[in-house]
Design a protein around this ligand. Structure first.
Ligand code: COA
Length: 258
């Protein structure tokens, strides 16, 4: 499958995946969702990649939602299949063993907000706007907005945003805990790279286990039990040996991700 709507570039351990439909404000048609899934899977398997940054082309939108022109005439079965596909791809981002940072460079509406929420960290530029406007279109969110938004910002405010279809500013998103940082647009990629560079110094196996422990809790399973197992598994890895040995030898660790 050739990637038509996605750009992917890896530099020094950081893979930047860009949704590239700027004339449609990077709206997600079916093909684009599939391509995001493929690009993330590819980066997850690539040993040269430590961290993934997901962003939108241009300086106006991260992703302005599902492509309304594509879904406008769907029937029940087509709509459910679309939603299931979106859930599968977005779950694969959330469960990616490598951290995925959303660099939110503008509108993150509907599927765009849902895409950002499936990432592990969210950094927004000061012109970013967030919202789940689906009710305005006679829809529920289809890519887990009703599930991830309450988990991220709490039930009261999430319910308000979902029911009013209100759009909020980057500053409000920061106040609600929807994003980690808000920076000037020209500083967005720099801030993402700064965080990615810190993560890159950590042991990849530990990073993957931490993601898994957090996801276990938020998927309604026993995260406490998962942490005990993950902690134990770390002791069987070369990264653990290297991390502790490097500390004792007062040198920088050289992790292999094994
Ligand atoms: N699906 C399909 N096309 C979309 C889109 C979407 N979700 N969001 C934007 N576009 C397209 C517009 O149709 C327009 O295309 P055109 O130039 O061929 O007419 C282009 O992107 C630019 O958008 P435009 O609406 O002209 O920009 P704007 O600055 O006036 O408004 C928004 C920006 C984001 C407020 C507005 O585009 C919007 O409300 N988009 C839909 C958001 C939404 O409801 N998302 C949830 C979908 S389930």
């Amino acid at each position: 499958m050739t990637l038509e709507n996605i750009l992917s570039e890896t530099d020094d351990g950081i893979c930047t995946i860009t949704v590239n439909r700027p004339d449609k404000l990077n709206a997600l048609n079916k093909k684009t969702i599939a391509e995001i899934g493929l690009a993330v899977k590819h980066a997850e398997k690539d040993n040269s990649v430590n961290v993934i940054i997901l962003t939108g082309a241009g300086n106006k939108a991260f992703v302005a939602g599902a492509d309304i022109s594509e879904l406008a005439n769907y029937n029940l079965e087509e709509a459910k299949a679309l939603s299931k596909h979106g859930h599968d791809v977005f779950n694969s981002i959330e469960n990616c063993k490598k951290p995925v940072i959303a660099a939110i460079n503008g509108f993150a509406l509907g599927g765009g907000c849902e895409l950002a929420m499936s990432c592990h960290l969210r950094i927004a530029s000061d012109n970013a706007k967030f919202g789940q406007p689906e009710a305005k279109l006679g829809l529920t969110p289809g890519y887990a907005g009703t599930q991830r938004l309450p988990r991220l910002i709490g039930r009261s405010k999430a319910t308000e945003l979902l029911l009013t279809a209100d759009m909020i500013s980057a500053a409000e998103a920061l106040q609600l805990g929807l994003v980690n940082y808000v920076v000037k647009q020209e500083e967005l990629m720099g801030k993402c790279l700064e965080i990615a560079s810190k993560i890159k110094l950590q042991a990849p196996v530990a990073v993957a286990e931490i993601i898994s422990c957090i996801n276990t809790y938020y998927s309604g399973k026993d995260g406490f039990a998962e942490e005990i197992n993950a902690f134990g598994r770390c002791f069987t890895t070369e990264d653990f040996k290297e991390g502790t040995t490097a500390f004792l030898e007062k040198r920088k660790a050289n992790f292999k991700g094994k």
